[in-house]
Design a protein around this ligand. Sequence first.
Ligand code: GLV
Ligand code: MN
Ligand code: MN
Length: 413
Amino acid sequence: MEAKNLRVSRQRLKFSLERMAKIGATDGGGVHRLALSDEDKQARDLFLKWLKELDLTVRVDEMGNIFGKRKGRSPRLPIVLTGSHIDSQPQGGRFDGILGVMGALEVLRTIQENHIETERPVMIVNWTNEEGTRFPPAMAGSGVWTGTLNRDWVYRQADIQGKKLGGELARIGYKGRQPARKWPVHAYYELHIEQGPILEKEGKRIGVPRGILGLNWYDVDIEGKANQVGPTPMEGRNDALCAAAEMILKVNELPGRMGENLVATVGEIHNSPNSRNIIPGRVHFTVDIRSWDDDLSLRAWEELKRDFGRISKKRGCPTILAETWQVEHASFDESLVKRVGETAQRLGFSTHFMVSGAGHDASYVNQVAPAAMIFVPSIGGRSHVEVENTKWEDCEAGANVLLHCVLQSALEK
Ligand code: GLV
Ligand code: MN
Ligand code: MN
């Protein structure tokens, strides 16, 4: 068959996604497949089995990133890379990340069964720990691979139980030998669900992101004075949770104060000792600030630091702030963005140009190679939750756009 007439198989893509969704399936219809957990290992094992059935050259690097390469006529030319991530949020959805990995697999299966020869090698990737929910930071596998994050620093990152990322990588058998180091990439494409409401609202099939917002993560630790709640008068208390409550509202109000061109969220909090009859003695919470305007994000944090300082003093609760992770906004390669839009239109799909509020490995890859993404609608704009959903026909449409973008880049000399 002529390459331009190729189409992926919706049934096979659906089967792969449904099979993966069984690993870490939750009662509420989502998945719980945290990075480097037993569920992540099971999904990786299945992914590897499927890669080997396709006769790809498979390698696992020291960050646990999994690559599968299909030969091209010119093995020395920079490759075309496509993929996403297998890990999920806690009680997360069945499409975030895995659609980009199964979509890429479907593309390779389609190219392979039709005996299409490409000029350049085509490679599929599963990046380790994209979510960053168990081990901050997010996008850790791609961040080390591109040379932006330090491998040993990432290995030392610990989860809430104190388990280190490096140790967990070895425990599940995915601490590979290959150095996690970038090599020349001609084009990187990542298929993903939108994770927001815009495509549905606009009634459009394919989202064409021009780039990704900058992400800024912070950690806040508040020290109060724990005590018995009954006998301790209200006056003179050092209640760490009350200090946190005031600070969290400051975070929520910040975008309104600064002109709305950013979003700011506290998503994780740990209160200690977390007993109904003890005044909270210690609180840890996280802050996530995102904007296309990197300076605005930094100014927002400066503003918060001042607010937090005032609250900490007023409540007599010393507070430690840590700047955990920062990624500047990513502006994708214009010619690849154009290609995604034109390819979608040629295939008969309506398109909408936008920016991504969610972080993706494409953000790091974009720092070292031309990158672009393909979005498909999220039903009800819901993501990172069990009800996350996307129509199968939209998954198929996105995979077909991916197929033809990959083919165009891989046929280039
Ligand atoms: C990753 O999913 C993020 O946007 O935080
Ligand atoms: Mn994702
Ligand atoms: Mn996610």
